[in-house]
Each structure stands twice: as structure tokens, then as C-alpha cells.
Design a protein around this ligand. Structure first.
Ligand SMILES: [Zn+2]
Length: 64
């Protein structure tokens, strides 16, 4: 016990790595707000700005 900090760091790093690997800019953001930075979407994640949902299958059931 006592390694919760490491545990959370691992989670954080894993998420960051996954985002870098699988994240794609939201295509609808680019249409609707071409001057703003598009949201970065992971598989099956919904864009908070315009409601677009990434069509790729989410292998890890994330974003719940
Ligand atoms: Zn969007």
C-alpha cells in the first residue's frame, strides 16, 4: 500500500499517451468554428462544443 500517487501518475501518463496516439481534431469544430482550436476527440468521445461524436469504436469504454 501507499503507492496511490504512483498509481494516479500511471493513469495520467496513460491517458496522455492515449490522447497523443488516438486523439483527432473534431471535424465539426473545424467547420463551425474554423478560427478556434478544435476539440481533441478520442474514439467514441463526444465533442462538448457541438455534440459531434467520434465514430471510431472505443476499445476501453472511456469517457463515461
Ligand atoms: Zn467539435
Amino acid at each position: 500500500m501507499g503507492d496511490m500517487g504512483d498509481y494516479f501518475n500511471d493513469l495520467k501518463n496513460d491517458r496522455k499517451e492515449r490522447r497523443a496516439r488516438l486523439g483527432v481534431p473534431c471535424p465539426r469544430c473545424k467547420e463551425v468554428r474554423p478560427k478556434a482550436h478544435p476539440s481533441i476527440l478520442l474514439p467514441n468521445q463526444r465533442c462538448k462544443v457541438d455534440g459531434y461524436r467520434d465514430p471510431r469504436h472505443d476499445d476501453r469504454q472511456e469517457g463515461k
